[in-house]
Write a protein that binds this ligand. Structure first.
Ligand code: SF4
Length: 507
C-alpha cells in the first residue's frame, strides 16, 4: 500500500552525497497530515545529491526502505508541540548521528530540546532547510549555520526567526489509498500566521503578520488536488476566515467535486455565505474558538469577539443545514474568576440551542515569546473547580484537558536548560506528572518553581522573533488592565521594529 503513495522509492543510497532521515515523532497518518513534514520531504528530495526518507513511530525503519536511522548522514526532525519532545527523545535514543530539529514549539524556545540536537532551526523550514543542505553539500559544518536562523547549543548563539515572504502551495503530496479511495486529503494552506494578537497564542506572536498566497496559485492547488485523485481538501491556516480567498477556495473545490474540511474560524469573520459554501462542499461541522464567554476576559486575552457573533453563527449554521459546531474554551487564564467560567458555560449553552455542540475545554499554558510568557500555570484545585463550574453551566458534551498534561507541557514550554537535562535523563520516564516530578527531585530540579513561580525568560537571549520585548511587556500590562489592542488588519501598533509590511503606519 505505501509504495503507491507517491513518495521516493527504490533508490541506492550510494548514489547520494547527503542522506537525510526525516523524523516525525507521531504515527504515519499523523505525519502525512502534517504539511510541514510533507513540505520538507519534497523539498529535501528536490536537491541534487540529497536523498530523504521518512521515519514515524509506528513503522520500524524508514517508510521507504526500512533502513535504520544510523544509515543516514543527518537526522532532521520536525516537532509541532511540546508533548512530542519525549517521543522524539525515545525515537533517537542511542543514535549517533547529527540531529537538527525544527518546528513551532522549538522555534519559540529551543532550550528544552537542546540536549538532543546539534542545531535547532528557528522559523519556516522552507527558508532554513536550503541553507542547511547547501552548507552540508559544500562540505560545511553545522556550526556555520549560526547566522542562518539556527540556534546551536554548543555555542549558545542568538538566532533570528526566519520566515518565507511568499506562500506557495505544496504541489505534489502523499496520497494513501484504501481500495480505490484515498484516505487522506490534499493539504491547502490558505494563510500562514496571524496578526490579531491574541495574547496567549504562540503562533500568532511568532508568525506575524499573516501571509496570504497568490489567488492563482491557490486555484491551481485545487486543480492539482483533483488531478492527483484526492477526494477532499484539508484547509490549513490559523486565521483562515480572515483570508479574502476562503470563499473562492470553497467555490473552486465545489466546482471540482472536492470535499473540504475547514480549520477553526474566527466567528466575526464567518457569514451566512461562507457557511452555505462550506455545507455545499460537505463540511458538516464548524469549529470556533471563543476561548471565553466573559466580556472582561475577552479584553484580557485580546480576542474581543462578541458573544452575539457565536450565537449568530450557530443560528445561521442551523438555517444552512450545518449539523454540528465545535467550540474551544480555555480555563486558567490570567486574572480569571469562577464567574468568568460560568459565563463561558452559558455561552456554550446559548450556542447549543441552535445546533449540536461539542465543547473542548483546554487549560491555558504559557508560551515563550508571547505577552503571557511569564504567567504561571493555574493551580490544580482552581482548574478542577472551574471545569466543574463549566460542566454545571453547560450540560452538553465536554471534553476537558487533563491537568497533569498541562503541568508537563508548561515546563517543556517555558523551561530552560535544566529541562533539556531532565528530558535526556528521563528518556524512559512514563509521560505523567508524578514520574517527571520524582525524577526532577532526584536531579535537584524544582519543576514547581518553573510551572508556578516567578519565571525567568532565558529564550530572549537566544531567539529574536522580530517582535520587541517591550511591546510584549506592554501587552501584558494592557491585559491586566483589561485593555484590548487592535490587530494588524485594523491598525498597525508597531510590534515589530522591522516589520516587512512597509505600508503599515504606526498608530
Ligand atoms: S508591526 Fe504592525 S503590521 Fe507588522 S506585525 Fe506588528 S502590528 Fe502587524
Amino acid at each position: 500500500m505505501l509504495r503507491e503513495e507517491g513518495g521516493f522509492y527504490d533508490r541506492d543510497p550510494r548514489d547520494y552525497r547527503l542522506r537525510v532521515a526525516l523524523v516525525y515523532p507521531a504515527p504515519y497518518f499523523a505525519a502525512i497530515n502534517s504539511l510541514g513534514h510533507q513540505i520538507l520531504y519534497f523539498l529535501l528530495n528536490s536537491f541534487d545529491g540529497v536523498m530523504a526518507e521518512r521515519f514515524v513511530t509506528d513503522l520500524k525503519g524508514s517508510v521507504e526502505s526500512g533502513r535504520s536511522l544510523d544509515e543516514f548522514d543527518l537526522i532532521l526532525a520536525t516537532i509541532h508541540f511540546e508533548g512530542q519532545y519525549p517521543v522524539l527523545f525515545r525515537m533517537l535514543e542511542g543514535v549517533r548521528k547529527p540531529v537538527v530539529v525544527g518546528g513551532p514549539a522549538v522555534s519559540a524556545n529551543p532550550l528544552p530540546i537542546s540536549s538532543l540536537a546539534e542545531a535547532i532551526g528557528v522559523g519556516d523550514g522552507e527558508v532554513l532547510v536550503p541553507s542547511l543542505v547547501e552548507s552540508l553539500l559544500a562540505g560545511g559544518s553545522l556550526e556555520e549555520l549560526a547566522d542562518d536562523g539556527f540556534f546551536l547549543p554548543d555555542i549558545m548563539n542568538r538566532a533570528e526567526f526566519k520566515r518565507v515572504r511568499s506562500l506557495k502551495p505544496l504541489e505534489n503530496q502523499i496520497i494513501v489509498f484504501r481500495g480505490n479511495e484515498p484516505v487522506n486529503s490534499y493539504l491547502v494552506e490558505i494563510s500562514r500566521g496571524c496578526g490579531w494578537g491574541c495574547r496567549f497564542c504562540m503562533l500568532g506572536w511568532h508568525w506575524r503578520p499573516r501571509l496570504d498566497p497568490d489567488p492563482k496559485d491557490l486555484e491551481v492547488a485545487v486543480e492539482r488536488a483533483h488531478e492527483l485523485g484526492f477526494k477532499g481538501i484539508y484547509v490549513i491556516g490559523s486565521d483562515a476566515a480572515s483570508s479574502k480567498l476562503i470563499k473562492d477556495l470553497l467555490q473552486w473545490a465545489s466546482e471540482k467535486g472536492l470535499r473540504v474540511t475547514l480549520p477553526s474560524l474566527r466567528a466575526d469573520q464567518v457569514d451566512r455565505e461562507l457557511i452555505e459554501l462550506a455545507v455545499s462542499v460537505g463540511e458538516s461541522m464548524l469549529t470556533l474558538a471563543p476561548e471565553t464567554g466573559s466580556e472582561r476576559m475577552k479584553a484580557v486575552v485580546n480576542k474581543t469577539i462578541d458573544n452575539g457573533e457565536f450565537v449568530r453563527v450557530a443560528e445561521e449554521a442551523r438555517d444552512s443545514g450545518m449539523r454540528h459546531l465545535k467550540l474551544y474554551f480555555m480555563v486558567g487564564l490570567p486574572s480569571e474568576t469562577d464567574r468568568d467560567v460560568e459565563e463561558s458555560g452559558r455561552l456554550a449553552s446559548r450556542v447549543a440551542e441552535f445546533v449540536n455542540t461539542k465543547v473542548t475545554v483546554s487549560i491555558f499554558i504559557p508560551k515563550a515569546g508571547t505577552p503571557f510568557e511569564t504567567v504561571p500555570l493555574a493551580r490544580e484545585e482552581d482548574i478542577k473547580r472551574r471545569i466543574s463550574i463549566f460542566r454545571r453551566s453547560f450540560r452538553g458534551q465536554v471534553n476537558a484537558m487533563h491537568y497533569g498534561r498541562a503541568y508537563i507541557q508548561t515546563f517543556m514550554s517555558v523551561g530552560g536548560l535544566e529541562i533539556a537535562k531532565l528530558l535526556r535523563k528521563g528518556v524512559r520516564t512514563p509521560y505523567n506528572r508524578g514520574a517527571y516530578r520524582s525524577l526532577a527531585n532526584r536531579m535537584g530540579i524544582d519543576l514547581d518553581s518553573i510551572v508556578y513561580g516567578e519565571r525567568d525568560t532565558p529564550w530572549w537571549e537566544y531567539i529574536d522573533t522580530g517582535v520587541s520585548r517591550d511591546f510584549l511587556s506592554r501587552e501584558l500590562r494592557r491585559a491586566l488592565e483589561g485593555l484590548p489592542t487592535p490587530g494588524c488588519d485594523i491598525s498597525c501598533t508597531g510590534c515589530m521594529p522591522k516589520c516587512w509590511l512597509p505600508l503599515r503606519s504606526v498608530s
